[in-house]
Design a protein around this ligand. Structure first.
Ligand code: NAD
Ligand code: TYD
Length: 350
């Protein structure tokens, strides 16, 4: 059987690995190519259960290398691209903005150029799908929601680089007729997330009885979505969305950081058989993140109404599943928190 070749970039990372598993299992008629250069955030252990599947191929490579990318498109003739590879952590973008420009902007441009060149005779049934973030919209006050019409107003080097890559995808649609879709999702959580982001970092610190560094006064608000619900949404958008459209994806699930951390502490105390209230004692308010966005909240009614998507997991269930996963995958956690992670942690928190 000749399978339809589909390129997923960043598939060894957090969201990408859940998406790859879903696509490989659901669509035997696709050949899923996972292109990832395995940065600190990429980990093939995330996909060990599907690595032998016939419709899955891993390719190690860097999206910033245009010569390599052009050859790869020529060789495999990818009919669609789902582009997730990115530098994804705001705090790292504050330390090293150029790394974000290279991967998130130049890398996206290389993929767009290669896709445009490969299908120069016609884009029939082809699709370039860019996975983006709600952070491109900037920060909300106490009320209101981001809709697909909200103007871009990014505040961090990370969100500025993602906004720029979104603009390039749209520009390639308008200028060269590339069929594209973009989705902008809120904060994800779940198994396999690198423990630099709030939830896995705090789970790891609670396990090790280390301080929980809450930035500022802890009243910042995020809208949390279970990663598998994001992967389900990407599947729906990929197959059913109108070309040239944008979809916001969110959990209808806003939490102030401090409230979320308190809930997480309570769940962890129970799971670890510790005295109630002991993990909350680890909470430490630390210096705020520069340019910290106050609140993100998504109006996800378009994807709900047009594509019938809603989250399948509520927050308490999702958080509990996440905690269970980290507690039963201590080896994964130990492996990713050795080496580079220690240096990063020292620099960021001491
Ligand atoms: P992640 O950091 O866990 O994974 C990123 C992956 O990209 C890693 O496997 C890494 O090795 C790979 N990568 C990085 N640079 C590369 C390069 N130059 N060439 C090839 N591969 C490279 O990120 P994530 O949290 O899974 O996010 C995936 C995508 O979803 C990103 O585009 C991010 O902006 C977007 N997003 C993330 C969230 C979230 O809450 N995590 C929310 C909305 C959107
Ligand atoms: P994070 O997981 O880095 O996602 P993002 O910045 O992309 O929203 O952070 C989520 C929230 O948690 C954000 O308001 C910053 C805050 N935060 C802390 O208070 N302490 C931490 O150590 C980290 C990593 C984040």
């Amino acid at each position: 059987m000749k399978r339809k070749p589909i390129l997923v970039t960043g598939g060894a990372g957090f969201i990408g690995s859940h998406l790859i598993r879903l696509l490989v299992k659901s669509y035997p008629e696709y050949q899923i190519f996972n292109l990832d250069n395995l940065t600190y955030a990429g980990n093939l252990e995330n996909l060990s259960d599907i690595q032998g599947e016939a419709n899955y191929t891993f390719i190690k490579g860097d999206i910033t290398d245009d010569v390599f990318i052009n050859k790869l498109f020529e060789q495999y003739k990818f009919e669609s691209v789902i582009h997730l590879a990115a530098e994804s952590h705001v705090d790292r973008s504050i330390e090293d903005p150029l790394a974000f420009v290279k991967t998130n902007i130049l890398g996206t441009l290389n993929l767009l150029n290669a896709f445009k060149f490969l299908w120069k005779e016609g884009f029939n049934n082809k699709l370039f799908y860019h996975i983006s973030t709600d952070e491109v919209y900037g920060s909300l006050g106490d009320v209101g929601l981001f809709t697909e019409e909200t103007s871009y107003d990014p505040n961090s080097p990370y969100s500025a680089s993602k906004a720029s890559s979104d603009h390039f995808v749209r520009a390639f649609g308008e200028t060269y007729g590339i069929p594209y879709v973009i989705s902008n999702c809120s904060n994800n959580y779940g198994p396999n997330q690198f423990p630099e982001k709030l939830i896995p970092l705090f789970i790891n610190n609670i396990i090790n009885e280390k301080p929980l560094p809450v930035y500022g006064d802890g009243n910042y608000t995020r809208d949390w979505l279970y990663v598998i619900d994001h992967a389900r949404a990407i599947d729906l958008v990929f197959h059913n969305a109108k070309r040239g459209e944008t979809y916001n994806i969110g959990g209808f699930n806003e939490w102030k950081n401090i409230k979320l951390v308190e809930l997480l502490c309570d769940i962890m105390d129970k799971k670890l058989n510790r005295t109630s209230g002991s993990s909350q004692k680890l909470i430490t308010f630390v210096k705020d993140r520069p340019g910290h966005d106050y609140r993100y909240a998504i109006d996800a009614s378009k994807i709900k109404e047009e594509l019938g998507w809603t989250p399948s997991v509520n927050f308490e269930q999702g958080l509990e599943k996440t905690v269970d996963w980290y507690l039963s995958n201590k080896e994964w956690l130990d492996n990713v928190t050795s080496g580079e992670y220690r240096e990063y942690y020292k620099k960021q928190y001491h």
